[in-house]
Ligand binder design. Sequence first.
Ligand code: CMP
Length: 180
Amino acid sequence: MKKVGLISIALPLTLICGGFSNDVKASQTESEKTDATKEEKKEDMERTLAIIKPDAADKADEINKMIEAAGLKVIAKKTTRLSLEKAKEFYEIHKDRPFYDSLCEFMSSGDVVIEVLEGPEAVSRYRTLMGATDARKAEEGTIRKAFGTDNQKNAVHGSDSLENAAKEISSFFSDEEIGG
Ligand code: CMP
């Protein structure tokens, strides 16, 4: 009788505890899943550098509305005029291209608005929003279609990779200016 009594107590207890611990396991798994999703989302978050060029600096408000509408946040911004030296340094990768001198002169010809954008897949998302380099070929709905003129006066610049984005951002903004 005692054994039966023990079994009759122990079995339901085991089921209850087993069930409970399974529930805990299940809920841990769910929370682990949520954490993993959060991690993935965090990993998707990127930063990119945007420059609103001298031909479109006065359209910065409209361009920023397009940026925000595309799901990207402007987390740092400065309006400045690039020296010829700074423009040459920034576009050094193009130094052997025939348009290099003219591009650098243009980039230092007036105010530019330099911004750090943040959001999911910010690099590619912003490049899509900018449109084709040659504004004459830019797709409808893009910044360059709306505000650019040609290959050089193409309204905006955007980093072409995550690696270059980090370099370009640090060449214009300190960590404090971005907010950590
Ligand atoms: P940006 O995104 O700032 O990156 C390099 C820049 O070089 C590009 O935009 C254009 O402004 C400029 N560029 C590229 N190709 C040409 C070209 N064929 N003639 C003049 N400028 C160009």
